[in-house]
Design a protein. Structure first.
Lengths: 314, 285
């Protein structure tokens, strides 16, 4: 009898609790986050943990039995190629990041000035720059290959020949190939920096410039003492995004140079790819993946340390 | 006084001239590669070898386009690209919208830290996760399946999508939702019937942006798909470039152009929305 009463009460409670339980579930914000958490957990967190684990094994992409060892780790760091790869990655990244931001800022300033003076064609200019940004990375590499090509159909060299200037080995000279890779990457990536700076420039209080004009400041002084300090946060955030994006650049390089000539443009992401999917060295590739993560994290923290403190309201 | 204003005006005029000059140089830099691509794609094989002197072909031809567009596999690549991009975009919205709603309408401790954490996933290269995922998906039998690729697309798009949809929901007044709640509508019902329809323009721009990004996606399908008939256009043109030689450059150019034009058109049609979404995200950092 007591058990049946308890059961009855339990059932009654459940009946009463039924709708309110649903309400309570949907009133909990974390319920709403479940789909995102599952997707990120399965496709990011688990793989990342696995990358750390695999780095400590001798796993291969094709074999199945693997054991834990530090041999892969040591072999990877003793690999003389790694230092060259890191140097290449550093040059490619720093040149792209500086190039994209300086160029992006210059374009944003020109568009802003044009809009202030109500010049025509500024939206068109912004659009033209942004079009490059939606070009798929693979197509970007292939298009620039047609421009840099040393074959007769290479645009740049055939113009040079028409002007009786000796052609340049854009893709076959190791030093110039890096420059070519940077140019093609800047072409595609500048739009992002431009739009970030454009939005940030719009947010600057115009009275600052008016006050500076009253004080007799010239254009360069305004740029130096108002624009750049006001853009500081935007520049830092953008630096983080562009640096990481460039570190992760893979498709635009594989389709432009394939990492060559030799290893002149083989950046870390391409090296990782080759290690895993060409040499089937899953463990070695995992070590490199961890290295990529660590470099990204260290750089992000490095930039963030220059960040002005956010207001309490944020 | 007049003199001062005149010089100021004159200086502004010089500034305008400089602005236009720079604008032309910049536009030329950004347009030349595409113009060259178009030029090559309209040439015959003979004219391709004449280089820049035939920038405007003497005997322009559409044969290259006819050749690739009459190839059923090429159309299949385009279709696969569209299918994967769109399914990935749709899946992204489904997964991200509830989270975006929670971030917009609930207050809970750790909310901004959680949002930053989600954004941080965006920083991780797809390559890093694909290294272990490849074997993992092979074991689950998800290699060579569009389903598997779509799932990875969704995961990769989710961080950005969550932020975009959150800012779209932020812009909707709460009053309608409150009215629905008073009428006894459940929270989920309100979200589904009131919030999402009102956020439709923002959802649409997020969707288009994600679809454009998915269209450029290369690494994931390149690794996870092996069968030719399953490949999206981005992988197909890369493979085509690997097998083509100097004498088929004009066909490769046409194929590249066909691969990039849909992205450009989608972008141009929705430029205002996309730039709005990007700048909103950029300001928030």
């Amino acid at each position: 009898m007591p058990t049946t009463t308890a059961a009855a009460i339990g059932a009654a409670q459940r009946r009463v609790a039924g709708p309110s339980l649903a309400r309570r579930i949907e009133a909990n914000p974390f319920t709403w986050l479940v789909p995102v958490a599952v997707m990120l957990g399965v496709f990011y967190l688990y793989p990342i943990l696995d990358v750390f684990r695999l780095g400590l094994t001798n796993a291969s992409l094709v074999g199945s039995d693997e054991r834990y060892t530090l041999v892969t780790l040591r072999a990877m760091f003793e690999n003389p190629a790694l230092l060259d790869i890191l140097k290449t990655t550093f040059v490619f990244t720093i040149a792209s990041v500086i190039g994209q931001q300086v160029f992006g800022l210059a374009i944003a300033l020109i568009v802003m000035r044009g809009e202030r003076r109500k010049l025509r064609g500024m939206v068109a200019l912004r659009t033209i720059v942004l079009i490059a940004w939606v070009i798929p990375g693979i197509a970007n590499g292939l298009i620039w290959q047609m421009l840099f090509s040393e074959a007769p159909f290479g645009a740049i060299n055939s113009v040079l020949r028409m002007m009786h200037i000796s052609p340049v080995a854009w893709l076959s000279d190791p030093n110039i190939a890096m420059l070519s890779a940077v140019i093609s990457n800047v072409w595609r990536g500048t739009a992002f920096s431009m739009i970030v700076f454009y939005a940030a420039l719009k947010a600057i209080d115009p009275t600052l410039y008016e006050a500076a004009s009253v004080d007799g400041a010239g254009h360069l002084q305004k740029l130096r003492f108002i624009t750049l300090p006001q853009l500081r946060a935007a520049i830092l955030v953008n630096s983080i995004l562009v640096t990481i994006q460039t570190l992760n650049t893979f498709d635009a390089i594989i389709s432009l140079t394939g990492g060559g000539p030799g290893r002149a443009t083989e950046v870390l992401s391409l090296f990782t790819f080759n290690t895993v999917f060409r040499n089937y060295d899953l463990a070695g590739g995992s070590v490199l993946s961890v290295l990529m993560l660590v470099i990204s994290l260290v750089l992000a923290l490095f930039y963030a340390s220059f960040m002005p403190r956010r207001e309490a309201s944020e | 006084m007049t003199h001062v204003r005149m010089t100021h005006e004159a200086r502004e005029k010089w500034g305008d001239a400089f602005t236009y000059l720079s604008a032309i140089v910049i536009a030329a830099f950004f347009l030349t590669p595409l113009a060259w691509l178009l030029s090559l794609s309209l040439r015959t094989r003979q004219e391709v070898f004449l280089g820049a002197s035939r920038f405007i072909p003497k005997r322009p031809t559409l044969d290259n386009f006819a050749q690739i567009l009459s190839d059923p596999t090429f159309l299949l690549y385009l279709w696969n690209g569209l299918k994967l991009s769109a399914l990935g975009g749709l899946g992204c919205l489904l997964v991200a919208a509830p989270a975006a709603y929670a971030f917009s309408r609930f207050w809970f401790s750790g909310k901004s830290a959680l949002m930053m954490t989600i954004l941080a996933f965006q920083m991780i290269s797809p390559l890093v996760i694909l290294v272990p995922l490849y074997r993992y998906m092979a074991r689950l039998g998800l290699l060579n399946s569009h389903f598997g690729v779509t799932m990875v697309y969704i995961a990769i798009g989710v961080p950005m999508c969550t932020w975009l949809v959150k800012s779209a929901i932020d812009n909707i007044p709460k009053s309608l939702e409150e009215a629905a709640a008073i009428d006894g509508c459940s929270r989920f019902g309100t979200f589904w019937r009131i919030t999402l329809p009102l956020a439709a323009p923002g959802l649409a721009s997020a969707f288009i942006l994600i679809v454009i990004l998915n269209w450029s996606q290369f690494l994931i399908p390149f690794l996870l798909l092996n069968k030719d008939a399953q490949l999206p256009i981005s992988v197909a043109i890369f493979n085509f470039a690997g097998t083509s030689n100097a004498s088929s450059t004009q066909v490769l150019a046409a194929a590249c152009l066909v691969a990039v034009v849909p992205a450009i058109i989608a972008f141009l049609l929705l430029q205002r929305m996309i730039v709005g979404a990007l700048t909103a995200g950029a300001v928030k950092g």
